[in-house]
Design a protein. Structure first.
Length: 145
């Protein structure tokens, strides 16, 4: 069984909140917030816990917009626009707002430039990505609504 994970993205008008990963898998990459589900959590509970730990904000209107499968895990993608608190740097992530046209795709996972524009265009998606180390070697991606 694949590990369940989440990616949570705050999208407000023409901006997106991303975080630079400071340690662990993906350190140095910009990404959404999120991480692994703990055994006693639902994936939604996990997503809420992760963004609170990584940016100290609490989403108010989270909606699932897709799933991405990788070799060892399945990731549930959520978006939101309203939240309580203010994004702050934590031990794991440094949040930063980007204009949609200025997303640093060259400092993100190779797959992000394929699925993220669809999410920003308000599409729901399902994808499967194949990596050899940090290099993507194939994918299947479809819009589901």
């Amino acid at each position: 069984m694949k590990q369940e994970t989440s990616i949570i993205l705050c999208i407000r008008e023409s901006k997106i909140l991303l975080g630079i990963k400071k340690r662990g898998h993906g350190a140095g990459y910009w990404n959404g917030f999120g991480g692994k589900k703990l055994p006693n959590e639902t994936i939604l509970d996990s997503a809420l816990r992760e963004i609170k730990e990584e940016a100290e904000i609490i989403p108010q209107d989270m909606m699932q917009v897709g799933t991405l499968e990788f070799t060892n895990f399945i990731t549930y993608i959520y978006i939101f626009s309203e939240f309580k608190g203010e994004p702050v740097e934590t031990e794991e992530m440094r949040p930063q707002w980007f204009n949609i046209q200025d997303i640093p795709y060259n400092q993100m996972w190779e797959s992000d430039k394929l699925w993220l524009p669809l999410i920003l265009d308000r599409k729901k998606i399902k994808g499967e990505f194949f990596f050899d180390g940090d290099r993507m070697v194939g994918y299947n991606l479809e819009i589901i609504s």
